[in-house]
Design a protein around this ligand. Sequence first.
Ligand code: FMN
Ligand code: 173
Length: 376
Amino acid sequence: MMEGLAGRAPRLTTDLTALEAAAGRVMAPEAFAYVSGTAGSGATGRAGRAAFEALRLVPRMLRGTRRADTSVTLFGQRLPVPVLLAPLAAQQVAHPEGESATVRAAAATGVPMVLSTFASRTLEEVAEAAGGHPRWFQLYLPSDRAVGASLVRRAEASGYGAIVVTVDATHLGFRPAELDSGYSPFLRGTGIANFTSDPVFRAGLPADADATQAVLRWAQISTDPTLTWEDLAWLRGLTRLPLLVKGILHPDDARLALEHGADGVVVSTHGGRQLDGSVSALESLPAVRAAVGSDVPVLMDSGIRTGSDVLKAVALGADAVLYGRPYVYGLGLDGGRGVEHVLRCLLTDLALALALTGCASLADVGPHVLANGDLR
Ligand SMILES: Cc1cc2nc3c(=O)[nH]c(=O)nc-3n(C[C@H](O)[C@H](O)[C@H](O)COP(=O)(O)O)c2cc1C
Ligand SMILES: O=C(O)C(=O)c1ccccc1
């Protein structure tokens, strides 16, 4: 497995915590600012990493495991690792092929992709590039509900296996890096492909509408600050696909999500891009797991960089994690090859971390793999 990590482009480090700095040296400055940016003072972004770094795994010896089994089952589907690619918008800012390159790399490594509503390629184009590889669709529920229903129907028709509705960005966070550069991919039309290709969205535009009018209409309807839990129940009635709610940090919100029809939740701070000063996702995870019980899928993201981070999230109750910025840095560094490199590093690192904790499989991972100050 590790042989494949040699012979890469020299700037593609295998240090998953150093990709951001490497990408910062090659990506267009405003694109890098968009991807790496966080809200406000950056406190929640830093807290996301600090929460992982504060936990320690306790290795166990001589358990005779040649190769640890990193696979898991989620919504009846077997995954090689408890990892999916997080929905990150507008990936063309990192590479011209955008999400099409990402999904090919995902397919090469067996890691499912969650495609953003605000992808720079249409969900049909990405489905085609995926060639049958599993993927989910992340939904921002638009204020024009007919457009939302159309997006869900298209995702179903194109074989997306679940809908992940994001609830933590109905108001966009205050993001100094974006504000200072004055740059937003969306204002330049990157990240609105699922709208400009949508018949219901287009029906709301004048027949001769130009690109600027499309962006303005997108800005008006693409998210909805008036959303409530009742809208989740409405969405539940639209589709039989598994429905996950992304952006949960309070256990009561996890309960509300289930009461309104969700099949799973994603504990997340949106990578520290929304409420500055919020609790970290890893801190919230045990309470959310306790609130929903052991049978409901709980995913988490925000701050995961290494294989040990994935193990720590699983130890605290996650069934799987979403992997965020690092793969887009891989995309910026070397296109689809860069994404594949990053994922192979993560898979290798995770398999080794699991074996070094003395666990034969992820089913063996629990709070006992974490140091609690009491090793008696
Ligand atoms: C550039 C960027 C764009 C994002 N776009 C979306 C999006 O369209 N939909 C969504 O649900 N989350 C979006 N997120 C949040 C990610 O899905 C994920 O929660 C976050 O990146 C996890 O943090 P990490 O990257 O630090 O691991 C975005 C994050 C970044 C960095
Ligand atoms: O950039 C983001 O983090 C993102 O998810 C988003 C949310 C709303 C509008 C544009 C982008």
